[in-house]
Design a protein around this ligand. Sequence first.
Ligand SMILES: NC(=O)c1ccc[n+]([C@@H]2O[C@H](COP(=O)([O-])OP(=O)(O)OC[C@H]3O[C@@H](n4cnc5c(N)ncnc54)[C@H](O)[C@@H]3O)[C@@H](O)[C@H]2O)c1
Length: 314
Amino acid sequence: MASLRIGLVGCGGIGGVHARSWAQVEGADVVAACDVDLERASATAPRAFSHWDEMLAEVDLDAVDICTPPHLHAPAALAAIKAGKPVLCEKPLARNPAEARRIFDAAAEAGSLLVTAFCHRFHPPVEWVKSQIDAGSLGRILMFRNRFGTRFKGVEDKWFSNPEIAGGGALMDTSIHSVDLFRFLVGEVETASALTSTFSPNILGLEDSAAMLLRAESGAIGVIEASWMTPCSANVVEIYGELGAAVIDYDTGVTRVRHDGDSDWTAMPGDDRSRFVEELRHFASVLRGETAPRMTGHDGLRAVEVLYQAYGKA
Ligand SMILES: NC(=O)c1ccc[n+]([C@@H]2O[C@H](COP(=O)([O-])OP(=O)(O)OC[C@H]3O[C@@H](n4cnc5c(N)ncnc54)[C@H](O)[C@@H]3O)[C@@H](O)[C@H]2O)c1
């Protein structure tokens, strides 16, 4: 079978991660890349372009992988969909629900594959906990707790703190992963609310820290925290069910479950597969028609809608 021909849009931080991860996926090659910084595109793929329109016109691609800042997700995705190409798009799918809906509707109308790059669904510990939940070993899930935090040095000078480009702050950038994890592990969100703060005096118009509350349609409740201003932060997901609990510690790499009556926790067997490689391997197998997508454009749209409800803008 011929190798899948991938076109990468945006060759910065995560674009580089994707390029290196694609190199580990059997039967797929990044044959073209585009970036306003043409040198970056040239360093990434044999054919380099400074605009996605040129790349789409000149190279025969099987799919487009979008890794630009969020304000460019909609124009790049709409161009790729118009050119008849399946799209993998980094999170957030777009800066707001209206923009995300435009991408979602265009893909649906064209009958085109649209996948949102929620890499945590491929983190082996998340997969392991998901399999425990699906097997009923934790019983009915009642509560979810998650914190992703860091001291994001220099964020004040990056696009992340520009509302026009990013669409939101720590909630939009970081908690979007958490909302997707909640939907993946617990279920669809019924309501969401948040308190946000901007502790940095040099960030205007968006939050650098947030605490969010969610209720699932099942009745389960969740707490999500995110911050760009907290060094030494924990990065952890905790799931509490009627029959037991699971804890995924991203910092130590230890994942453990415990059932009511157990004398101790049971650790997950070691599994150091990269969530990025696994995400792209999965996308490649979706492109080959071997499997259904684990997450779609609808998941990308829902995550942005939930954040908008939390912001009080919905
Ligand atoms: N899944 C994850 O864990 C994860 C991690 C980091 C970033 N992201 C997401 O990936 C996206 C990119 O983030 P990043 O950290 O790589 O940003 P970045 O600034 O490091 O890289 C963005 C790249 O896009 C390029 N670019 C800008 N305008 C362009 C245009 N018009 N056409 C083509 N290329 C253009 C820039 O030159 C740069 O190389 C964001 O949506 C971000 O939220 C996801």
